[in-house]
Ligand binder design. Structure first.
Ligand code: PLP
Length: 416
């Protein structure tokens, strides 16, 4: 575990690349952006790439037999190849560009789900899922008569794997789990869960929205059938996400959206779908966001995901320590060594929205609310919480500022 003396990276060295991080708000408060689990900021390299494409290379892809269209298509397919390498997918057609993680999961629910799930089948998710990885399965259950079951969490905020084992059976058609909880920060043993799902003959989907941007991901090692994530949580433009799917499954699945690009042939009587990935990329895809995501991947590769992961764990440990000194803080989720760069908490007797509002006066941006995880908050016995979440460009100094702002919040409420 890194210490202040052995940090794996120097955040200050990157901050100049991010114009927005030098923002000063409310007159004289430097921005401390600690809402990275919601979305991250973009470095100049990504912004410049987006501008460059619009200024010099932009046309629709896979359509025109003209010079610009060729350029645009090459850049778009290069981005797909960068994603493929980044997650170690076996082949480029296994990488499907969607509009985001939510769309990727809905694609699986509509396409694979409608074709394969029947009344009485069981879909196993967990109590810690983001609504993106629960609502599509409830919708699928409504359409098919399947049943959604939830792996409970322990008091510590970990998945109860014994309960999971007791739940998996020959009725299980799908296990869909998050790699990292967007509230608790818990890092789940996805590889092990996927193995157990496969042993039971079930298909496995991993919601990797909070893991792919922060730690090395090898989809072949995880061995999941589907992995979904969003570009905007890893410095890419908003409007692009990825569905990784095992090729044999993608080939067998019917297309979800119909339109241009996803067909081999259309007649007056019907259509024949194209092969993956085109089969699942109906209409004009997120061309420039995908190319921007490729630039974000280049940036991440230069730093190294291992260093990023290690550094964020240092910030998490530091945040726990300084908040403990403040006192009156209830942490949600496990101890720092078992979680990613996400620190959620409640402050004794002070509403989460009040905390976030006062922190904002200090320039500190954190999230307040249920973080799209209402069932989890119900399980924890609270309606809302606060969440600070880190990326490699955050500094130990910002964590100190954050703790000072929490201390100030307590002072204000003590006076009332
Ligand atoms: N899954 C998890 C764990 C998330 O944290 C999020 C976003 O916060 C999503 C899914 C949905 O991502 P998006 O809104 O980019 O589709």
């Amino acid at each position: 575990m890194a210490t202040a003396e052995t940090l794996p990276l120097n955040a200050e060295a990157f901050r100049n690349d991010f114009p927005i991080l030098s923002t000063v708000l409310h007159g004289d408060q430097p921005l401390a952006y600690l809402d990275n689990a919601a979305t991250t900021q973009r470095p100049r390299q990504v912004i410049d790439k987006v501008v460059e494409v619009y200024e010099r290379h932009y046309a629709n892809v896979h359509r025109g037999i003209h010079w610009l269209s060729d350029q645009s298509t090459d850049l778009f397919e290069e981005a797909r190849e960068k994603v493929r390498q980044f997650i170690n997918a076996g082949s480029a057609p296994e990488v499907i560009f969607t509009t985001g993680c939510t769309m990727a999961i809905n694609l699986v629910a509509r396409s694979w789900g409608d074709a394969n799930v029947r009344a009485g089948d069981e879909i196993i998710i967990t109590e810690m899922e983001h609504h993106s990885n629960s609502v599509p399965w409830h919708q699928l259950a409504e359409r098919t008569g399947a049943v959604v079951r939830h792996v409970p969490i322990t008091e510590e905020g970990l998945l109860d794997l014994d309960a999971f084992d007791a739940m998996v059976s020959e009725r299980t058609r799908l296990v869909a789990i998050t790699a990292v909880s967007n509230v608790l920060g818990t890092i789940n043993p996805v590889q092990e869960i996927v193995r157990r799902a496969h042993d039971a003959g079930a298909v496995a989907l991993v919601d990797a929205a909070q893991s792919v941007p922060h730690e090395k991901t090898d989809v072949q090692a995880i061995d999941a059938d589907f992995v979904a994530f969003s570009g905007h949580k890893m410095m890419g433009p908003s409007g692009v996400g990825v569905l990784y799917g095992r090729l044999a499954l993608l080939e067998a699945m019917p297309p979800f959206l119909g339109g241009g690009s996803m067909i081999r042939r259309v007649t007056l009587d019907g259509f024949e779908p194209a092969d993956p990935p085109a089969k699942f990329e109906a209409g004009t895809p997120p061309i420039v966001p995908a190319i921007g995501l490729g630039a974000a991947i280049d940036y991440l590769n230069k730093i190294g995901l291992d260093k990023i992961h290690e550094y964020e764990r240092f910030l998490t440990t530091q945040a726990h320590a300084v908040l403990e000194e403040v006192g009156g803080v209830r942490f949600l989720g496990p101890a720092p060594e078992k979680k990613a760069g996400i620190v959620s908490f409640t402050l004794d007797g002070i509403h989460a929205h009040d905390v976030a509002q006062i922190l904002d006066r200090h320039g500190v941006a954190i999230r307040a609310g249920h973080h799209c995880a209402m069932p989890l908050h119900k399980r924890l016995g609270i309606a809302a919480s606060n969440r600070a979440s880190f990326y490699f460009y955050n500094t130990p100094g910002e964590v100190e500022t954050f703790a000072e702002a929490v201390r100030a919040t307590k002072r204000i409420f003590r006076r009332r």
